[in-house]
Design a binder for this molecule. Sequence first.
Ligand code: NAP
Length: 454
Amino acid sequence: MAIATVNPATGETLKRFKALTSEEIDLKLAIAQDAFACFRLTSFAQRRQWLENAAVILERDAEKFAEIMTTEMGKTLKSAVSEAKKCALVCRYYAEHGEAFLQNEYTETDATESYVSYQPLGIVLAVMPWNFPFWQVFRFAAPALMGGNVGVLKHASNVPQCALAIEAILEAAGFPEGVFQTLLIGAAQVEQVIKDERVKAATLTGSEPAGASLASLAGSHIKPTLLELGGSDPLIVFPSADIDEAVEVGTFSRVLNNGQSCIASKRFILHEAIAAEFIEKLQIKFASLKVGDPLDPETDIGPLATENILNDIVQQVDRAVELGATVLVGGQQLDRPGNFFPPTILTDIPADAPTMQEEFFAPVAMVFTVKDIDGAIALANNIPFGLGSSAWTNDPDEQQRLIRDIEAGAVFINGLVKSDPRLPFGGIKRSGYGRELGLDGIRAFVNAKTVWVK
Ligand code: NAP
Protein backbone atom coordinates (compact mmCIF):
# COMPACT_ATOMS: atom_id res chain seq x y z
CA MET A 1 0.00 0.00 0.00
CA ALA A 2 1.42 3.41 -1.00
CA ILE A 3 2.22 5.75 1.87
CA ALA A 4 -0.07 8.66 1.09
CA THR A 5 -2.82 10.95 2.27
CA VAL A 6 -5.96 10.23 0.23
CA ASN A 7 -9.06 12.12 1.31
CA PRO A 8 -11.72 9.41 1.80
CA ALA A 9 -14.53 11.94 1.35
CA THR A 10 -13.39 12.83 -2.17
CA GLY A 11 -10.93 10.16 -3.29
CA GLU A 12 -8.34 12.86 -3.97
CA THR A 13 -4.67 12.06 -3.32
CA LEU A 14 -3.35 15.01 -1.34
CA LYS A 15 0.21 13.99 -0.56
CA ARG A 16 2.55 11.09 -1.21
CA PHE A 17 5.46 10.01 0.96
CA LYS A 18 8.55 8.03 0.13
CA ALA A 19 9.15 4.94 2.25
CA LEU A 20 12.41 4.84 4.19
CA THR A 21 15.20 2.81 2.65
CA SER A 22 16.73 -0.08 4.52
CA GLU A 23 19.74 2.13 5.39
CA GLU A 24 17.46 4.87 6.71
CA ILE A 25 15.64 2.37 8.93
CA ASP A 26 19.00 1.21 10.25
CA LEU A 27 19.98 4.79 11.04
CA LYS A 28 16.71 5.48 12.88
CA LEU A 29 17.25 2.36 15.00
CA ALA A 30 20.77 3.51 15.81
CA ILE A 31 19.35 6.85 16.96
CA ALA A 32 16.73 5.05 19.05
CA GLN A 33 19.38 2.83 20.64
CA ASP A 34 21.54 5.85 21.54
CA ALA A 35 18.51 7.62 22.95
CA PHE A 36 17.64 4.63 25.14
CA ALA A 37 21.07 4.61 26.77
CA CYS A 38 20.29 8.00 28.38
CA PHE A 39 16.51 7.85 28.52
CA ARG A 40 16.38 4.71 30.67
CA LEU A 41 18.24 6.66 33.37
CA THR A 42 15.88 9.65 33.41
CA SER A 43 13.73 10.05 36.51
CA PHE A 44 10.02 9.34 36.70
CA ALA A 45 9.54 12.98 37.63
CA GLN A 46 11.18 14.08 34.37
CA ARG A 47 9.19 11.67 32.22
CA ARG A 48 6.04 12.73 34.03
CA GLN A 49 6.72 16.33 33.12
CA TRP A 50 7.21 15.48 29.44
CA LEU A 51 3.98 13.47 29.35
CA GLU A 52 2.10 16.33 31.00
CA ASN A 53 3.53 18.69 28.39
CA ALA A 54 2.27 16.35 25.65
CA ALA A 55 -1.20 16.45 27.22
CA VAL A 56 -1.17 20.25 27.15
CA ILE A 57 -0.19 20.28 23.46
CA LEU A 58 -2.86 17.71 22.56
CA GLU A 59 -5.56 19.76 24.25
CA ARG A 60 -4.34 23.12 22.99
CA ASP A 61 -4.10 22.02 19.36
CA ALA A 62 -6.88 19.43 19.34
CA GLU A 63 -8.64 21.12 16.40
CA LYS A 64 -5.49 21.12 14.31
CA PHE A 65 -4.80 17.42 14.97
CA ALA A 66 -8.48 16.62 14.37
CA GLU A 67 -8.29 18.12 10.89
CA ILE A 68 -5.35 15.90 10.02
CA MET A 69 -7.23 12.80 11.24
CA THR A 70 -10.42 13.70 9.39
CA THR A 71 -8.59 14.48 6.16
CA GLU A 72 -6.63 11.25 6.23
CA MET A 73 -9.20 8.70 7.42
CA GLY A 74 -12.61 10.36 7.34
CA LYS A 75 -13.81 10.31 10.95
CA THR A 76 -16.08 13.21 11.81
CA LEU A 77 -14.24 16.29 12.97
CA LYS A 78 -16.07 16.36 16.29
CA SER A 79 -15.05 12.75 17.06
CA ALA A 80 -11.47 13.56 16.02
CA VAL A 81 -11.37 16.47 18.50
CA SER A 82 -12.57 14.10 21.24
CA GLU A 83 -9.89 11.62 20.24
CA ALA A 84 -7.10 14.18 20.58
CA LYS A 85 -8.43 15.11 24.04
CA LYS A 86 -8.65 11.48 25.09
CA CYS A 87 -4.97 11.13 24.20
CA ALA A 88 -4.27 13.94 26.67
CA LEU A 89 -6.12 11.90 29.31
CA VAL A 90 -3.97 8.82 28.82
CA CYS A 91 -0.80 10.92 28.97
CA ARG A 92 -1.94 12.44 32.27
CA TYR A 93 -3.02 9.05 33.62
CA TYR A 94 0.43 7.50 33.18
CA ALA A 95 2.16 10.72 34.19
CA GLU A 96 0.31 10.54 37.51
CA HIS A 97 0.36 6.77 38.17
CA GLY A 98 3.34 5.44 36.21
CA GLU A 99 5.86 5.73 39.01
CA ALA A 100 3.62 3.96 41.55
CA PHE A 101 2.87 1.17 39.04
CA LEU A 102 6.59 0.50 38.63
CA GLN A 103 7.71 0.73 42.23
CA ASN A 104 9.80 -2.14 43.57
CA GLU A 105 7.64 -4.91 45.03
CA TYR A 106 9.13 -6.40 48.17
CA THR A 107 8.61 -10.00 49.31
CA GLU A 108 10.01 -11.71 52.41
CA THR A 109 12.29 -14.63 51.56
CA ASP A 110 15.55 -16.06 52.95
CA ALA A 111 17.35 -12.96 51.60
CA THR A 112 18.07 -9.82 53.58
CA GLU A 113 16.02 -8.10 50.94
CA SER A 114 14.19 -9.46 47.92
CA TYR A 115 12.00 -7.66 45.47
CA VAL A 116 10.90 -7.23 41.88
CA SER A 117 12.34 -4.23 40.05
CA TYR A 118 10.54 -3.10 36.89
CA GLN A 119 12.97 -1.97 34.22
CA PRO A 120 12.51 -0.86 30.61
CA LEU A 121 13.24 -3.28 27.78
CA GLY A 122 14.61 -0.84 25.18
CA ILE A 123 13.26 -0.16 21.69
CA VAL A 124 9.65 -1.25 21.27
CA LEU A 125 8.07 -1.36 17.81
CA ALA A 126 4.42 -0.30 17.54
CA VAL A 127 2.53 -1.25 14.38
CA MET A 128 -0.71 0.70 14.42
CA PRO A 129 -3.97 0.99 12.45
CA TRP A 130 -5.64 4.04 10.97
CA ASN A 131 -9.03 3.82 12.68
CA PHE A 132 -8.10 5.75 15.85
CA PRO A 133 -4.90 7.17 14.42
CA PHE A 134 -3.93 9.18 17.51
CA TRP A 135 -5.51 7.17 20.33
CA GLN A 136 -4.05 3.79 19.36
CA VAL A 137 -0.57 5.29 19.32
CA PHE A 138 -0.85 7.27 22.56
CA ARG A 139 -2.29 4.35 24.50
CA PHE A 140 0.94 2.53 23.61
CA ALA A 141 3.35 5.47 23.82
CA ALA A 142 2.27 6.98 27.15
CA PRO A 143 2.92 3.86 29.28
CA ALA A 144 5.88 2.67 27.19
CA LEU A 145 7.76 5.99 27.52
CA MET A 146 6.77 6.46 31.16
CA GLY A 147 8.32 3.04 31.77
CA GLY A 148 11.60 4.23 30.22
CA ASN A 149 11.34 2.46 26.85
CA VAL A 150 11.82 4.17 23.53
CA GLY A 151 9.33 3.70 20.70
CA VAL A 152 9.42 3.34 16.94
CA LEU A 153 6.09 3.64 15.16
CA LYS A 154 5.05 1.98 11.92
CA HIS A 155 1.69 3.57 11.38
CA ALA A 156 -0.87 2.55 8.76
CA SER A 157 0.14 3.72 5.28
CA ASN A 158 -2.97 5.92 4.87
CA VAL A 159 -2.24 8.11 7.92
CA PRO A 160 1.36 9.32 7.46
CA GLN A 161 0.60 12.90 8.51
CA CYS A 162 -0.96 11.66 11.76
CA ALA A 163 2.18 9.61 12.37
CA LEU A 164 4.45 12.60 11.79
CA ALA A 165 2.26 14.86 13.93
CA ILE A 166 2.51 12.43 16.87
CA GLU A 167 6.29 12.34 16.60
CA ALA A 168 6.30 16.14 16.57
CA ILE A 169 4.02 16.36 19.64
CA LEU A 170 6.28 14.13 21.72
CA GLU A 171 9.37 16.01 20.59
CA ALA A 172 7.76 19.38 21.38
CA ALA A 173 6.75 18.00 24.80
CA GLY A 174 10.46 17.63 25.58
CA PHE A 175 11.18 13.95 25.05
CA PRO A 176 14.80 13.74 23.85
CA GLU A 177 15.57 13.15 20.19
CA GLY A 178 15.16 9.50 19.23
CA VAL A 179 12.89 8.52 22.13
CA PHE A 180 9.89 8.32 19.82
CA GLN A 181 10.34 8.08 16.05
CA THR A 182 7.96 7.52 13.19
CA LEU A 183 9.20 5.13 10.53
CA LEU A 184 7.45 5.77 7.24
CA ILE A 185 7.61 2.20 5.98
CA GLY A 186 5.35 -0.32 4.31
CA ALA A 187 4.11 -3.53 5.93
CA ALA A 188 6.77 -5.62 4.17
CA GLN A 189 9.52 -3.56 5.84
CA VAL A 190 8.34 -4.47 9.34
CA GLU A 191 10.38 -7.65 9.08
CA GLN A 192 13.66 -5.72 9.02
CA VAL A 193 12.70 -3.88 12.19
CA ILE A 194 11.53 -6.96 14.10
CA LYS A 195 14.64 -8.92 13.17
CA ASP A 196 16.97 -6.16 14.32
CA GLU A 197 18.57 -7.18 17.59
CA ARG A 198 18.26 -3.64 18.99
CA VAL A 199 14.45 -3.99 18.93
CA LYS A 200 13.29 -5.82 22.03
CA ALA A 201 9.51 -6.16 21.71
CA ALA A 202 6.57 -5.31 19.48
CA THR A 203 2.90 -4.46 19.70
CA LEU A 204 0.37 -4.51 16.87
CA THR A 205 -3.18 -3.29 16.65
CA GLY A 206 -4.93 -4.31 13.48
CA SER A 207 -6.17 -7.30 11.54
CA GLU A 208 -5.62 -11.00 12.25
CA PRO A 209 -3.29 -11.63 9.27
CA ALA A 210 -1.08 -8.70 10.25
CA GLY A 211 -1.04 -9.84 13.89
CA ALA A 212 -0.21 -13.41 12.97
CA SER A 213 2.57 -12.31 10.65
CA LEU A 214 4.17 -9.97 13.22
CA ALA A 215 3.85 -12.47 16.08
CA SER A 216 5.39 -15.32 14.11
CA LEU A 217 8.31 -13.15 13.04
CA ALA A 218 8.80 -11.91 16.58
CA GLY A 219 8.44 -15.46 17.90
CA SER A 220 11.18 -16.72 15.64
CA HIS A 221 13.44 -14.03 17.12
CA ILE A 222 12.21 -14.72 20.70
CA LYS A 223 10.68 -11.31 21.24
CA PRO A 224 7.52 -10.61 23.24
CA THR A 225 4.47 -9.24 21.48
CA LEU A 226 1.10 -7.78 22.37
CA LEU A 227 -1.74 -8.09 19.85
CA GLU A 228 -4.97 -6.08 19.70
CA LEU A 229 -6.92 -7.53 16.79
CA GLY A 230 -10.42 -7.58 15.40
CA GLY A 231 -13.72 -8.29 17.05
CA SER A 232 -17.40 -8.86 16.41
CA ASP A 233 -18.80 -7.86 19.76
CA PRO A 234 -22.27 -8.93 20.82
CA LEU A 235 -24.81 -6.56 22.33
CA ILE A 236 -27.31 -8.72 24.22
CA VAL A 237 -30.66 -7.29 25.32
CA PHE A 238 -33.05 -8.92 27.81
CA PRO A 239 -36.60 -7.93 28.77
CA SER A 240 -35.70 -6.22 32.07
CA ALA A 241 -33.39 -3.75 30.29
CA ASP A 242 -34.12 -0.13 29.53
CA ILE A 243 -34.86 -0.74 25.84
CA ASP A 244 -34.68 2.89 24.74
CA GLU A 245 -31.26 3.33 26.31
CA ALA A 246 -30.03 0.05 24.82
CA VAL A 247 -31.19 1.19 21.36
CA GLU A 248 -29.53 4.57 21.82
CA VAL A 249 -26.20 3.17 23.03
CA GLY A 250 -26.28 0.26 20.56
CA THR A 251 -26.75 2.64 17.64
CA PHE A 252 -23.99 4.94 18.87
CA SER A 253 -21.64 2.01 19.35
CA ARG A 254 -22.31 0.52 15.91
CA VAL A 255 -21.86 3.73 13.91
CA LEU A 256 -19.12 5.33 16.02
CA ASN A 257 -16.06 6.16 13.92
CA ASN A 258 -18.12 5.55 10.75
CA GLY A 259 -18.60 1.95 11.90
CA GLN A 260 -14.87 1.24 12.11
CA SER A 261 -14.23 0.48 15.76
CA CYS A 262 -12.88 -2.86 16.96
CA ILE A 263 -15.18 -2.75 20.01
CA ALA A 264 -18.33 -1.65 18.22
CA SER A 265 -21.45 -3.70 18.95
CA LYS A 266 -21.62 -5.59 15.69
CA ARG A 267 -24.09 -8.36 16.57
CA PHE A 268 -27.34 -7.45 18.30
CA ILE A 269 -28.69 -10.50 20.15
CA LEU A 270 -32.24 -9.84 21.33
CA HIS A 271 -34.56 -11.81 23.60
CA GLU A 272 -37.68 -12.70 21.62
CA ALA A 273 -39.93 -10.88 24.08
CA ILE A 274 -38.45 -7.48 23.19
CA ALA A 275 -37.02 -8.15 19.71
CA ALA A 276 -39.84 -6.55 17.69
CA GLU A 277 -39.84 -3.37 19.79
CA PHE A 278 -36.05 -3.13 19.73
CA ILE A 279 -35.77 -3.66 15.97
CA GLU A 280 -38.46 -1.08 15.21
CA LYS A 281 -36.68 1.53 17.33
CA LEU A 282 -33.27 0.60 15.93
CA GLN A 283 -34.57 1.02 12.36
CA ILE A 284 -35.87 4.50 13.17
CA LYS A 285 -32.53 5.47 14.71
CA PHE A 286 -30.42 4.12 11.85
CA ALA A 287 -32.64 5.74 9.23
CA SER A 288 -32.32 9.12 10.97
CA LEU A 289 -28.51 9.25 10.86
CA LYS A 290 -26.93 11.82 8.59
CA VAL A 291 -24.19 10.52 6.28
CA GLY A 292 -21.97 13.13 4.69
CA ASP A 293 -18.97 15.45 4.85
CA PRO A 294 -17.00 14.56 8.00
CA LEU A 295 -16.03 18.23 8.45
CA ASP A 296 -19.71 19.22 8.77
CA PRO A 297 -20.72 19.34 12.49
CA GLU A 298 -24.18 17.98 11.56
CA THR A 299 -22.73 14.76 10.10
CA ASP A 300 -23.12 11.52 12.07
CA ILE A 301 -21.33 9.19 9.66
CA GLY A 302 -18.48 10.10 7.31
CA PRO A 303 -16.84 7.98 4.62
CA LEU A 304 -15.05 4.68 5.18
CA ALA A 305 -11.31 5.17 5.41
CA THR A 306 -10.26 3.60 2.12
CA GLU A 307 -11.72 2.39 -1.15
CA ASN A 308 -10.64 -1.17 -0.27
CA ILE A 309 -12.67 -1.10 2.91
CA LEU A 310 -15.68 0.15 0.97
CA ASN A 311 -15.28 -2.61 -1.62
CA ASP A 312 -14.94 -5.22 1.13
CA ILE A 313 -18.13 -4.18 2.90
CA VAL A 314 -20.12 -4.02 -0.34
CA GLN A 315 -19.07 -7.61 -1.06
CA GLN A 316 -19.73 -8.78 2.51
CA VAL A 317 -23.25 -7.36 2.53
CA ASP A 318 -24.01 -8.69 -0.97
CA ARG A 319 -22.82 -12.16 0.07
CA ALA A 320 -24.98 -12.08 3.19
CA VAL A 321 -28.02 -11.13 1.10
CA GLU A 322 -27.30 -13.90 -1.44
CA LEU A 323 -27.26 -16.35 1.47
CA GLY A 324 -30.68 -15.21 2.65
CA ALA A 325 -30.16 -12.15 4.87
CA THR A 326 -32.77 -9.39 4.82
CA VAL A 327 -31.74 -5.72 4.61
CA LEU A 328 -33.95 -3.60 6.89
CA VAL A 329 -32.14 -0.30 6.34
CA GLY A 330 -29.32 0.76 3.95
CA GLY A 331 -27.36 -2.01 2.27
CA GLN A 332 -26.08 -0.24 -0.88
CA GLN A 333 -23.03 1.94 -1.49
CA LEU A 334 -24.08 5.58 -1.85
CA ASP A 335 -23.99 7.04 -5.34
CA ARG A 336 -21.54 9.88 -4.74
CA PRO A 337 -17.75 10.41 -4.77
CA GLY A 338 -15.88 9.15 -1.72
CA ASN A 339 -16.15 5.91 0.24
CA PHE A 340 -19.66 6.31 1.60
CA PHE A 341 -21.69 3.37 2.90
CA PRO A 342 -24.96 4.00 4.75
CA PRO A 343 -25.96 2.68 8.17
CA THR A 344 -27.33 -0.80 7.51
CA ILE A 345 -29.31 -3.40 9.45
CA LEU A 346 -29.26 -7.08 8.45
CA THR A 347 -31.61 -9.77 9.84
CA ASP A 348 -32.39 -13.41 8.97
CA ILE A 349 -28.74 -14.34 8.53
CA PRO A 350 -28.65 -18.13 8.22
CA ALA A 351 -26.86 -19.82 11.13
CA ASP A 352 -24.35 -21.51 8.84
CA ALA A 353 -23.55 -18.42 6.72
CA PRO A 354 -19.85 -17.48 6.78
CA THR A 355 -21.10 -13.95 7.50
CA MET A 356 -21.81 -15.09 11.06
CA GLN A 357 -18.09 -15.54 11.68
CA GLU A 358 -16.90 -12.29 10.04
CA GLU A 359 -16.16 -8.83 11.35
CA PHE A 360 -18.10 -6.04 9.58
CA PHE A 361 -15.84 -2.96 9.64
CA ALA A 362 -18.51 -0.46 8.58
CA PRO A 363 -21.83 0.79 10.05
CA VAL A 364 -23.59 -2.57 9.53
CA ALA A 365 -25.54 -4.19 12.37
CA MET A 366 -26.45 -7.88 12.34
CA VAL A 367 -29.58 -8.64 14.36
CA PHE A 368 -30.55 -12.00 15.88
CA THR A 369 -33.41 -13.18 18.08
CA VAL A 370 -32.99 -15.80 20.83
CA LYS A 371 -35.38 -17.60 23.19
CA ASP A 372 -33.36 -17.50 26.40
CA ILE A 373 -30.04 -16.78 28.06
CA ASP A 374 -28.49 -20.09 26.97
CA GLY A 375 -29.26 -19.21 23.36
CA ALA A 376 -27.85 -15.73 23.81
CA ILE A 377 -24.59 -16.95 25.31
CA ALA A 378 -24.19 -19.73 22.72
CA LEU A 379 -24.66 -17.24 19.88
CA ALA A 380 -22.44 -14.60 21.50
CA ASN A 381 -19.62 -17.14 21.85
CA ASN A 382 -20.03 -18.71 18.41
CA ILE A 383 -17.38 -16.51 16.85
CA PRO A 384 -13.60 -16.71 16.54
CA PHE A 385 -13.20 -13.35 18.30
CA GLY A 386 -13.42 -12.37 21.95
CA LEU A 387 -12.82 -8.64 22.34
CA GLY A 388 -15.65 -6.76 24.09
CA SER A 389 -19.30 -7.44 24.86
CA SER A 390 -22.24 -5.46 26.10
CA ALA A 391 -25.22 -6.98 27.90
CA TRP A 392 -28.41 -5.20 28.87
CA THR A 393 -30.46 -6.61 31.76
CA ASN A 394 -31.45 -5.47 35.24
CA ASP A 395 -31.79 -9.03 36.52
CA PRO A 396 -28.81 -9.68 38.86
CA ASP A 397 -28.76 -13.43 38.13
CA GLU A 398 -28.68 -12.83 34.39
CA GLN A 399 -25.92 -10.26 34.87
CA GLN A 400 -23.75 -12.72 36.81
CA ARG A 401 -24.35 -15.49 34.28
CA LEU A 402 -23.34 -13.22 31.37
CA ILE A 403 -20.26 -11.92 33.20
CA ARG A 404 -19.18 -15.53 33.86
CA ASP A 405 -19.97 -17.11 30.52
CA ILE A 406 -19.35 -14.63 27.73
CA GLU A 407 -15.99 -15.31 26.12
CA ALA A 408 -14.49 -11.84 25.77
CA GLY A 409 -11.80 -9.55 27.15
CA ALA A 410 -14.50 -7.29 28.62
CA VAL A 411 -18.16 -7.43 29.63
CA PHE A 412 -20.01 -4.16 30.08
CA ILE A 413 -23.43 -4.46 31.73
CA ASN A 414 -25.97 -1.77 30.75
CA GLY A 415 -23.34 0.40 29.12
CA LEU A 416 -21.23 1.22 26.09
CA VAL A 417 -18.06 -0.82 25.65
CA LYS A 418 -15.25 1.71 25.71
CA SER A 419 -11.58 1.99 26.49
CA ASP A 420 -10.65 3.89 29.64
CA PRO A 421 -7.06 4.57 30.74
CA ARG A 422 -7.95 3.25 34.22
CA LEU A 423 -9.11 -0.19 33.02
CA PRO A 424 -7.17 -2.88 31.16
CA PHE A 425 -8.12 -3.36 27.52
CA GLY A 426 -7.62 -6.37 25.27
CA GLY A 427 -9.04 -9.57 23.89
CA ILE A 428 -9.00 -13.35 23.94
CA LYS A 429 -9.35 -15.95 21.16
CA ARG A 430 -8.49 -14.45 17.77
CA SER A 431 -8.89 -10.90 19.11
CA GLY A 432 -5.34 -11.09 20.42
CA TYR A 433 -3.51 -11.30 23.72
CA GLY A 434 -1.98 -9.06 26.35
CA ARG A 435 -3.54 -5.96 27.82
CA GLU A 436 -3.07 -2.25 27.24
CA LEU A 437 -4.09 0.54 29.64
CA GLY A 438 -4.33 0.44 33.43
CA LEU A 439 -1.58 -1.23 35.45
CA ASP A 440 -1.24 -4.01 32.83
CA GLY A 441 -0.52 -1.47 30.09
CA ILE A 442 2.67 -0.19 31.69
CA ARG A 443 3.77 -3.64 32.84
CA ALA A 444 3.46 -4.96 29.27
CA PHE A 445 6.89 -3.77 28.21
CA VAL A 446 9.11 -3.97 31.27
CA ASN A 447 11.47 -6.55 32.64
CA ALA A 448 10.16 -7.78 36.00
CA LYS A 449 13.65 -8.29 37.38
CA THR A 450 13.93 -10.46 40.48
CA VAL A 451 16.40 -9.02 42.99
CA TRP A 452 17.80 -11.07 45.90
CA VAL A 453 20.33 -9.48 48.27
CA LYS A 454 22.08 -10.95 51.29
P1 NAP B 1 -4.24 -3.98 9.13
O1 NAP B 1 -4.37 -4.06 7.67
O2 NAP B 1 -3.81 -5.18 9.87
O3 NAP B 1 -3.26 -2.76 9.42
C1 NAP B 1 -2.83 -2.44 10.72
C2 NAP B 1 -1.35 -2.13 10.69
O4 NAP B 1 -0.62 -3.32 10.39
C3 NAP B 1 -0.97 -1.13 9.61
O5 NAP B 1 0.07 -0.33 10.08
C4 NAP B 1 -0.49 -2.02 8.47
O6 NAP B 1 0.38 -1.38 7.59
C5 NAP B 1 0.20 -3.10 9.25
N1 NAP B 1 0.33 -4.38 8.57
C6 NAP B 1 -0.51 -4.93 7.66
N2 NAP B 1 -0.08 -6.14 7.29
C7 NAP B 1 1.07 -6.36 7.96
C8 NAP B 1 2.00 -7.43 8.00
N3 NAP B 1 1.84 -8.54 7.29
N4 NAP B 1 3.07 -7.32 8.82
C9 NAP B 1 3.25 -6.23 9.57
N5 NAP B 1 2.42 -5.18 9.56
C10 NAP B 1 1.32 -5.24 8.78
O7 NAP B 1 -5.57 -3.56 9.85
P2 NAP B 1 -6.72 -2.67 9.29
O8 NAP B 1 -7.59 -3.57 8.50
O9 NAP B 1 -6.21 -1.45 8.70
O10 NAP B 1 -7.43 -2.30 10.70
C11 NAP B 1 -8.63 -2.79 11.05
C12 NAP B 1 -8.51 -3.99 11.97
O11 NAP B 1 -7.90 -3.58 13.19
C13 NAP B 1 -9.88 -4.49 12.36
O12 NAP B 1 -9.90 -5.88 12.36
C14 NAP B 1 -10.07 -3.94 13.76
O13 NAP B 1 -11.00 -4.63 14.53
C15 NAP B 1 -8.68 -4.03 14.28
N6 NAP B 1 -8.50 -3.14 15.45
C16 NAP B 1 -8.34 -3.69 16.67
C17 NAP B 1 -8.22 -2.89 17.80
C18 NAP B 1 -8.05 -3.46 19.18
O14 NAP B 1 -7.74 -2.70 20.08
N7 NAP B 1 -8.22 -4.74 19.39
C19 NAP B 1 -8.28 -1.50 17.65
C20 NAP B 1 -8.44 -0.97 16.38
C21 NAP B 1 -8.54 -1.81 15.28
P3 NAP B 1 -0.13 -0.87 6.14
O15 NAP B 1 -1.15 0.19 6.40
O16 NAP B 1 1.11 -0.35 5.51
O17 NAP B 1 -0.72 -2.06 5.45
